[in-house]
Design a protein. Sequence first.
Lengths: 445, 184
Amino acid sequence: MTAPGVQEDVTGRPPVIERRLHPVTPLRRAWAPVAVLMGWAVHDPDGAQRQLTRLTTTTLLLGLAVLIPAAALYGFLSWWFTHFAVTDSELRVRTGLLFRRTAHIRLERIQAIDVTQPLLARVAGVAKLKLDVIGADKKDELAFLGAGEARALRAELLARAAGFAPETAHEVGEAPSQQMLRVPPGVLAVSLLLTGATWGWLLVAAVALPLLWTATHSLWTVLAAGIPMLGAAGASSVGRFVAEYDWTLGESPDGLRIDHGLLDRAHETVPPGRVQTVRLVEPLLWRRRGWVRVELDVAGSSNSLLLPVAPRAMAESVVARVLPGVVTVPPPEAFSRPPRGARWCVPVWWRGHGLAVTDAVFASRRGLLRRSLSLVPHAKVQSVRLAQGPWQRAHGVADVHVDTGANATVTARLRPAGEAAALLRAQAERSRTGRRDALPDRWMA
Amino acid sequence: METGSPHDAGTADDAQGTPSPAEAPAPDGGVEPVWRALPPGLLTMRRLLLVVWLGLLTLATALVPGLLIGPAWGAFAVLPPALLLWGWVMLERNWRSWRYAERADDLLISRGVLWHEETVVPYGRMQLVEVTSGPVERHFGLASVQLHTAAAATDATIPGLDPAEAERLRDRLTELGEARSAGL
């Protein structure tokens, strides 16, 4: 099935070697029909029970006899028709049985590479490799590859993206990684216990379920209402603990490495200069302990967590290393508050807003109970907007929005009107000049 | 990455930069960009559309309740003309508020009277410049220019331009964008 393109032969380059995914791949969709049935059963338990009692052994066997080979055939064909190849500058993915699809992903445009191993994949010794490029599709992830192969491929893709010579790229190997921070499981557990969402859902359940029971006396109604509530509480506590367990942050010449997960392991790599915005979030109950959560935005990537919980000083030092250039998180006293007139626009909460602009970042703070501080390096600003409604004009304030490539907009709310106009011009200028000392896309070139 | 213009050596805090041919020195020593307004075609088109739609609405509000319930109910037909008068004035205010300026390194778009909004897009950040013209716009000899950056929130559209001006702007923006190109 290897089909070197004509073009490569003409130019004398080595032919492109196409590879297939790991042979266990067809099994990944085996659970899909079961999941559909389960979903239907949960959605409509009464109907499911009626259907089950009506089912005879013959129809059951007949159904299985059709369903299993069909699923197996689909899985096999979709595996058979999926190929990928690494060229000097691209990753090519060719897939599709009826609707053929070829994606050529330019390596210097890579925003992040993730290698993830769901629990069953860990048992089978395989892993998923996902490239984040702006506009890339979920379909372009390579699932599954052998675990070792995935690591080797990631190292090769990063080496090529970094600008190593094509001949040596597959020999460069994995860049050495230096551990920056590891979140202890105890701290993670305490931090999740101090998160409001879990207790909120439990409280809602504790109030609503007895009320429902007294009103309807129907077990099914109570269960139908209770299971989603308890599920939400579980997802925001146990679910997050499992996903964020053993969160390790490393630094390497290839950028940030984030490894986490108890059952499903994920290894994310964000090359240098790809982080667009960083947010330090400080829930109310964490404040006494001085903990913060650090979130980040990378264009085209769904990963948004940099650190689930860390002491503020440590988080700030991590942020300083993650953002390009010499960045320090502005201290609280550096933030200027909105003018007093703003209290008529946003009562009480106007005090939570604040803005600080340094040589390297645009920093905007908001929130009173749950504080959130967003940082945008000037080099990452795509456009700047000033917006002022009639009510805001009457009180002499305006909002300044700063848009970044990760579709994240950071807003400095309720600035004095004159300052906002000056800020608009100054920020556009800083956005333009801030780019000059940015790293090139190929960071090792 | 960024080639920049010869005079972008100013410090980051130097918000205004050095004067360039596209900018005229303002009395206060700063640089006030040269603003361009929209041609009157857009106002004519919007007013005509307003008259057509509200005219139809007037007919509908006069005839439907007037015939079905009673002639007195036809009095509701005075509401759309009142709206028409108000809209007539508002459209002009809105049209006057639209203006744009090409500075040495970025494009400024300012619009809105009550809800005022001003957008700055550095040329180096433009990914795509689009000129569009719908059937009604084409009839009135109008075209809009839309700028796209890597941020979807960037809302930089200049409506109701003369097609020749729209094309000039597109070519100039593309040229400047290439010269100052910077990625994400």
